[in-house]
Design a protein around this ligand. Structure first.
Ligand SMILES: NC(=O)C1=CN([C@@H]2O[C@H](COP(=O)(O)OP(=O)(O)OC[C@H]3O[C@@H](n4cnc5c(N)ncnc54)[C@H](O)[C@@H]3O)[C@@H](O)[C@H]2O)C=CC1
Ligand SMILES: O=C(O)CCC(=O)C(=O)O
Length: 531
């Protein structure tokens, strides 16, 4: 039975889903060393923001197939290392959107009305109404940085409260901003015009310290800044300094450069509200993300695709479902051309022809690479790491599309160059979904792939087929089907033989000794490759 490690507290509903297919161990608060020690036993790891999944942990996790982040941000996971190791990383892109957006709005209102300080004062038996005169958000300008899922919801709520909305997001269209009632502006204008700024961006090199001394210098002295996105987007030293010097009105932070927050100048400052990364901490969000991620882990452990994999670009379940037969075609042909061309392949041409050319080519190319490398890497290559593995092995992948070519409605043509020379194969899908190999090195054939195959390049002359048949028979190898393809009579030809049994060692060299045989290749194909 598969084993799943849950290293942060997640809702029981997630554990119940995982338990349908795996032994689930919940071990929270583990140190890096402890995790490294136990991770080799597990097939899957599920976490929230409390676990940092480093390169060392990933490298120790030799059995890991999937890492599930019960939340949005995957910045606590070394995704490139996971990708290199072929581990799918999934998240829950929408499960906590509302929770995080509502927390940001709550922070903005709490800042405006001094709610935490007023609460503290009354708990200390004071009744101070003058000290806590607030400001209304109505008709004030809110600058939303990052108009994605959370930023959009904050914008909608703020709109309903009568706020004017500015937004900065270089990847959002004007139409989308218009729909939300936001005016798209550049950052400088957003900084100088806003009464409130709320941050909803991922942490990237561009967003790190987006709010720094220079940015603060452009803002109104009454500005209130809310950060419920990621620590490090605000330069905390610059912020603390600005608050102390009265250069800004206040700040509310849910996320920090270091978590848990250690020594910090921000603690205890007036007009500063700090919460311990609570954005996603609602009952509803925790149920949503636990279900979302546990279902994906369950599916991947069952060999099904994940719906929100962050490191399989382009392979959403919809695409996967639509392209599945073509992915199998690409994988089979990749596997075949890889074996014909030998090791040390340095070039793979992938050509999508006819109707196939109108499809998204990326998943098909990835499937072809996976097939090509599976001879060398076996189960270590998958849709996650195939492209990286090819790059690291110096395989140049060239992709072309031509909707004009193809005798069939759509065909896939692969050509590879390796230590055994350059070879090409073409294949099609029949309306029944079956695969046919329709061309080998330019010779027309029409054979279904099978687990054990023999291909020869030979002179088209009488008796040669009989000799190959006898040789196979003398080694007790049964022929399932045989096809010959040639361009001209008595010129060169290819033979494709499907065998019921693997070719015994030594037989291939006997075949190459037959007069008229130029080359012979024994090929093993996974007829129904998956994953
Ligand atoms: N405090 C908490 O507990 C939670 C925090 N988060 C964090 O909130 C942030 C936003 O999450 P979502 O809205 O779900 O993500 P999203 O991906 O839907 O939106 C992010 C937006 O930021 C924009 N963006 C990217 N780079 C930018 C840049 N340089 N300048 C301006 N905009 C840029 C993108 O175009 C996108 O529209 C993430 O960092 C996420 O990790 C999410 C959930 C809970
Ligand atoms: O797991 C959590 O509570 C943190 C949520 C979060 O930051 C995210 O989803 O990006």
């Amino acid at each position: 039975m598969a084993k799943v490690l849950v290293s942060d507290p997640i809702d029981q509903v997630g554990i119940d889903i995982l338990s349908q297919v795996a032994q689930v161990d919940v071990k929270t608060g583990l140190s890096q060393e402890e995790l490294i020690k136990i991770i080799p036993d597990y097939d899957a790891l599920m976490l929230r923001s409390g676990t940092r999944v480093t390169k060392e942990i990933i490298e120790a996790g030799t059995g890991l197939k999937i890492i599930g982040r019960a939340g949005v941000g995957v910045d606590n996971i070394d995704v490139p290392s996971a990708t290199r190791q072929g581990i799918v990383v999934v998240n829950s892109p929408e499960g906590n959107t509302i929770a995080a957006a509502e927390h940001a709005v709550a922070m903005m209102l709490a800042l405006s009305r001094h709610i935490p300080d007023a609460n503290q004062s009354i708990c200390q038996k004071q009744w101070d109404r003058k000290r806590f005169v607030g400001t209304e958000v109505y008709k004030k300008t809110l600058g939303v940085v990052g108009l994605g899922k959370i930023g959009s919801h904050v914008a909608s709520v703020a709109k309903a409260m009568g706020m004017k909305l500015l937004a900065y997001d270089p990847f959002i269209s004007k139409e989308r901003a218009d729909q939300l009632g936001c005016t798209l502006v550049d950052l400088d204008l957003l900084f100088s015009e806003s009464d409130y700024i709320t941050l909803h961006v991922p942490k990237t090199p561009e967003t790190t310290h987006l709010i720094n001394r220079e940015a603060i210098a452009k803002m109104k002295p009454t500005i209130r800044i809310v950060n419920c996105s990621r620590g490090g987007i605000i330069d905390e030293d610059a912020l603390a300094e600005a608050i102390q010097d009265g250069k800004i009105g206040g700040a509310a932070l849910d996320v920090f450069e270091q978590e848990p927050l250690g020594e910090s100048k921000l603690r205890g400052l007036n007009n500063v509200i700090l919460t311990p990364h609570l954005g996603a901490s609602t009952e509803e969000a925790q149920i949503n993300v636990a279900i979302d991620v546990a279902e994906q882990i369950r599916d991947v452990l069952l060999g099904l695709p994940a719906r929100s994999a962050v490191n399989i670009p382009g392979l959403t379940p919809d695409v996967m479902e639509k392209l599945r037969p073509y992915l199998q075609l690409a994988e089979t042909l990749g596997n075949l051309v890889g074996q014909l061309s030998g090791g040390r392949i340095d070039l793979l041409n992938v050509s999508l022809q006819g109707e196939l050319a109108s499809n998204d080519s990326q998943p098909i190319v990835v499937a072809a690479i996976k097939g090509l490398l599976s001879e060398a890497l076996r189960e270590r290559v998958n849709y996650v790491n195939a492209a990286i593995e090819a790059k690291e092995r110096g395989i140049r992948v060239v992709e072309t599309r031509d909707s004009q070519i193809s005798d069939y409605s759509g065909s896939l043509h692969l050509e590879a160059r390796g230590s055994m020379g350059q070879h090409s194969v073409t294949g099609v899908l029949l309306t029944t979904g079956e695969i046919r190999i329709t061309d080998l090195d330019g010779f027309p054939i029409n054979v279904p792939p099978s687990n054990h195959m023999l291909f020869t390049l030979h002179r088209d002359m009488p008796g040669i087929i009989g000799k190959i048949g006898s040789l196979l028979g003398s080694f007790n190898v049964n022929i399932a089907s045989m096809q010959v393809g040639r361009k001209i009579v008595r010129g060169d030809a290819v033979m494709a033989v499907s065998l019921d049994d693997p070719l015994p060692s030594g037989l291939l060299s006997e075949i190459t000794k037959v007069s008229g045989i130029r080359d012979a290749y024994a090929v093993k194909l996974l007829v129904n490759p998956s994953k």
